[in-house]
Design a protein around this ligand. Structure first.
Ligand code: ADP
Ligand code: MG
Length: 630
């Protein structure tokens, strides 16, 4: 019969360390946590052999006084909280006082530290507890050598040097992304491998997530009640196969949260292709009382008091951000390519023909590469919208095929509420000067692409993909929210067509569902159906082909499923069906009408399958192609 015995202290620490220090990267994370908690604004991490041989973290923080130093490696000894109420308000990364003890239990540790008041630095050796005078400026250096030397079982689980190094670097990146005011450097085996200088949030995001992300992301700024949400989310085009560039922070702490990850993923739902993973760096801030950080051994999970609100705010903010057409933002010149109207006269001289809207650069006041959602909405909903509508009416006569486009309802939420901004404040003096973000159509290429020119250069539009999205959004818009019914339009002359026995059976069995989709079909005979109404937005579509497509879809999915889960799918099919196809030839006014409605349609930057609908080739990129100015 085994006896119950208390474990020796060292073994207790080693067991506890197993929870917190899994691999070198966990120690790196804890040591950088401590440096940040000490108020450092410069942190250097030096690693040998992926951190397994040695991890050294140097900071310029406030240091540890000689009185406190002997307690630093003691378990459950901390300077950060003293009681329960302080735990509830904790704003530091650490608060349990166990990281240094855990690292010291599995490695050969030392601390070299000096406060501003101290006459000299002090060195504490972890194993022996020996203190000795030493030299260094204010700040702290913690070194951990020979990780897991005392726990060979754990050492066996370590991966290659490169893998461990990658994890260590990732641990520092996670901190660095949320701490743009702190400079970081990482050395490996004596070589500087990463360096991020203190700077703006934008700069840091670009440093960590790369310039491609920086150039293809949407700024998020949202305050609601006590919650602040900020950061950047990647446009759907730069989504990845793996979920490896998703950074979510709560009060500057990097966390994993299944529910919030789901909120984000679902905001991308209608614009992301298949299994692709969005890229984002998002920072939630809320008062410490509203979040419990003490729920996970590694502190990588938190619990929210108002979890549902947080979920909802995150999801709705991102959904709105992703729905807003981006041409409006892209049309503003990036700081890297300042608008200089004097320097670019030759681009201006190729002005569009009379009668079409002239373009011109936005005034410098509007410059900014990336715009907050709010700015975008204001831009989108301002006087430009009225001008757009006016213009739509002019185009109506000639762009008949897109008459559905002019029927697009005003998207109320995107109007700048209650403002009557005057146009010149917006940089637009009159209608003829309205710069269309997607430019003026020039031609159609091989029956597939529309070529257009805006002040930045060339716009290429996949016309089917774009139109498909417009019709789809229109159909979704037409769904009355309470009855889930698509607004129908009765046909003056019903259209009859020869139908199969199956089609007729499906039409009769699912008559109600069809009506909800805006389609009324009557049985004419044993081999014929007649169409009495079509969805209002598809009134100009090929009625027979549309009816057949929907009947096939209904047969496949079954009616109940169509109305609940697959309704959007059926609408998407209808949209695909009604959209212009390859080789449909479009007139310039039709092409312009399509561009204008893209500018006004939510999610129009992606087709219904998540692929991009348009691309910009700037004059700079074109010049580079031709080696101009080199
Ligand atoms: P915790 O961070 O939870 O308090 P740690 O074991 O990580 O626990 O650290 C113990 C204590 O050592 C901290 O509370 C802090 O007072 C001190 N300390 C550790 N690292 C540093 C550092 N880099 N600069 C200043 N003080 C430090
Ligand atoms: Mg700590």
């Amino acid at each position: 019969m085994p006896r119950i015995q208390p474990l020796p202290d060292l073994l207790i620490s080693q067991i506890a360390a197993g929870e917190v220090i899994e691999r070198p990267a966990s120690a790196v994370r804890e040591l950088v946590d401590n440096a940040l908690d000490a108020g450092a604004d410069s942190i250097t991490v030096r690693l040998l052999e992926g951190g397994v041989r040695s991890i050294l973290v140097e900071d310029n923080g406030r240091g540890i006084s000689d009185d406190d130093l002997p307690l630093a490696f003691r378990r459950h000894a901390t300077s950060k909280i003293h009681n329960l109420s302080e735990l509830e308000l904790v704003e530091t990364m650490g608060f349990r006082g166990e990281a240094l003890a855990a690292i010291n239990a599995i490695a050969d540790c030392s601390i070299l530290t000096r406060t501003a008041q101290a006459a000299q630095a002090t060195l504490l050796h972890g194993q022996s507890g020996d203190l000795s005078p030493a030299a260094r400026p204010k700040g702290t250096t913690v070194e951990a050598k020979e990780l897991f030397y005392s726990v060979p079982a754990r050492r066996k689980f370590l991966k290659s040097t490169n893998t461990e190094l990658a994890h260590c670097v990732e641990a520092v990146r996670r901190h660095a992304l949320a701490r743009n005011e702190v400079g970081f450097a990482i050395w490996h085996n004596g070589k500087l491998i990463e360096q991020w200088r203190a700077g703006s949030v934008q700069q840091r995001i670009a440093d960590i997530l790369g310039s491609e992300f920086a150039a293809n992301s949407i700024d998020i700024q949202h305050h609601q009640g006590p919650l602040q949400l900020s950061g950047s989310i990647g446009v759907p085009d730069i989504a990845r196969h793996r979920a490896d560039m998703q950074y979510l922070y709560v009060n500057q702490r990097h966390i994993r949260d299944k529910s919030l990850a789901h909120a984000i993923k679902s905001a991308y739902g209608d614009v992301l292709h298949g299994q692709r993973q969005p890229v984002y760096a998002l920072f939630l801030r809320l008062p410490p009382q509203l979040v419990d950080v003490n729920v996970h051994p590694c502190k990588t999970e938190v619990r929210f008091r108002e979890a549902r609100e947080v979920y909802h705010i995150l999801r709705s903010t991102l959904t709105t951000a992703l729905a807003t057409p981006r041409a409006h933002a892209d049309n503003h010149t990036t700081p890297a390519e300042p608008v200089n109207t004097d320097a670019a006269p030759h681009y201006q001289s190729s002005a569009p023909a009379a009668g079409s809207a002239a373009y011109r650069p936005y005034p410098p006041a509007a410059i900014g590469a990336r715009h907050s959602v709010r700015e975008l909405q204001t831009l989108w909903g301002s006087g430009r919208q009225a001008a757009a509508q006016q213009r739509m009416h002019e185009l109506d006569d000639t762009g008949e095929r897109f008459s559905l486009i002019s029927a697009l309802p005003d998207r109320q939420p995107f109007h700048a509420a209650g403002t009557s901004r005057n146009d010149s404040e917006d940089g637009i003096d009159d209608d003829s000067n309205t710069p269309w973000p997607l430019g003026n159509a020039l031609a159609q290429l091989h029956g597939i692409y529309i070529l257009a020119q805006n002040h930045r250069g060339l716009i290429l539009v996949d016309m089917h993909a774009a139109h498909e999205r417009i019709v789809y959004e229109q159909l979704k818009n037409d769904l009355t929210t309470d009855t889930h019914t698509v607004t129908a339009q009765q046909l003056l002359v019903p259209v009859s067509f020869t139908a199969t026995v199956v089609e007729i059976a499906v039409a009769q069995e699912h008559a109600d569902t069809l009506r909800q989709l805006g389609l009324e079909l009557d049985r004419l005979s044993a081999t014929g159906l007649s169409i009495r109404s079509l969805p209002q937005s598809l009134a100009n579509a090929d009625a027979t082909a549309l009816a057949r497509t929907v009947l096939a879809e209904l047969e496949q999915h079954g009616a109940s499923n169509v109305l609940e889960k697959a309704q959007n799918e059926v609408l998407a099919t209808m949209a695909c069906h009604a959209a212009v196809r390859a080789n449909d030839s479009l007139t310039l006014p039709e092409m312009n009408a399509l561009l204008r409605s893209m500018e006004r349609t939510e999610r129009s930057d992606q087709c219904n399958h998540g692929r991009p609908t348009w691309k910009q080739l700037t004059m700079k990129e074109l010049d580079a192609l031709f080696l101009r100015g080199q």
